[in-house]
Design a protein around this ligand. Sequence first.
Ligand code: GDP
Length: 439
Amino acid sequence: MFQGLSEKLQETFKRLKGKGKLKEADVSEAMREVRVALLEADVNFKVVKDFVAKVKERSIGQEVLESLSPAQHVIKIVHEEMIELMGGATGKILIASKPPTVIMLIGLQGAGKTTHAAKLANMLKKQGKHPLLVACDIYRPAAIKQLQVLGDQLKVPVFSMGQDNPRDIAKASIVHANQNGQDVVIIDTAGRLHINEELMGELRDIKSSVKPHEILLVVDAMTGQDAVNVAESFHSDLGLDGVILTKLDGDTRGGAALSIKAVTGCTIKFVGIGEKMDAIEPFHPDRMASRILGMGDVLTLIEKAQESFDEKKAKEMEQKLRKQEFTLDDFLDQMQQMKKMGPLSSILEMIPGVGKQLKDVQIDEKDTAHIEAIIRSMTTEERRKPVLIKDSRKKRIAKGSGTSVQDVGRLLKQFEQMQKMMKQFSGGGMGMLGGGKKG
Ligand code: GDP
């Protein structure tokens, strides 16, 4: 995410770091580079202009804190101004005092409405709510089906009335929710390829019939400034309560994320970072700014770990590590817990200093599938005592898992090294990722 911008800014600051005391000319030169980097990232030109002017003014005008070098001082200001630029988001759905809370998702076709209606339902369900998904995209029969498939997968009920009038469907869904104890209603509406009066009319109709607590616009981050223009139009016509910025996983530039709030006044509440149902995150401007500036995003990482890790299991694992009873079965278990946190590459990106190195590293998710297959092809005894696995067993395991004898050998070697390492660290009491404890 945002790799291009992130690299350029870090290069600029690296050059600043080499300087002892900053002169006005140094700051001006750095700001010129920041300006180019932001424009190349497709940030709105007026936003860039104001941003650079502010940073420059604060960098030169202010006393440098004693604990910081002048260069660190500039980075700190850029960081703060970036937060300000994207600021104000809560990353939360405001739950209505009298249920059901009604959320209406709107946006152009293909932005990710249906996917994010389901992701939101999944997220709210995990928080103990009872969501109802409502299919109001009546023009594409496939959209209703898509929502039903996702609903089935997540075990979230889906309300549909086929091709009926969207306004009537929305209204009926509230009655249905009230009768069935569903406390959040998420309405998936129809999009169009472009904004037009027909679309706006239909959305206004639904809005006035159900009076949603939250109207959230779903926009595709990869469309850059187009996303910002779309947000502006929808906001002035319908009044938005927030934005869900999708496909951030594929956005190397970051223009939409950095411009939407400043241009439209509308805050980004959530971001979509993949096609899977758990690939949604609350938007935190401070964490995003840290990620862009290569400072990592440890807080999100910790939250993800807490969500995905089973506290009891983590304790058990810790005990096993202490007693050096960690087996290949446990290894498999930890791998599966890690997988729940999302794609490995997006996890590593959040670790300070790692993001930049990552660009040359190809992380093959298939590798983890191989490891899983290899361990699954072992007998229980072999998993507990890998020393038993000599040549003939290796052959059998390779065959069973569709890998090679070398692959099996490599995994055993890695596991052996890991055990050695754990011996050294035992007493530290950490699982692979800190056992889901609060950081
Ligand atoms: P809709 O027309 O607005 O309802 O859009 P869909 O929900 O059908 O999404 C369009 C496509 O974008 C689908 O193939 C989704 O899987 C994909 N998609 C949605 N959100 C994300 C995201 O955050 N990241 C990625 N990589 N793909 C996404």
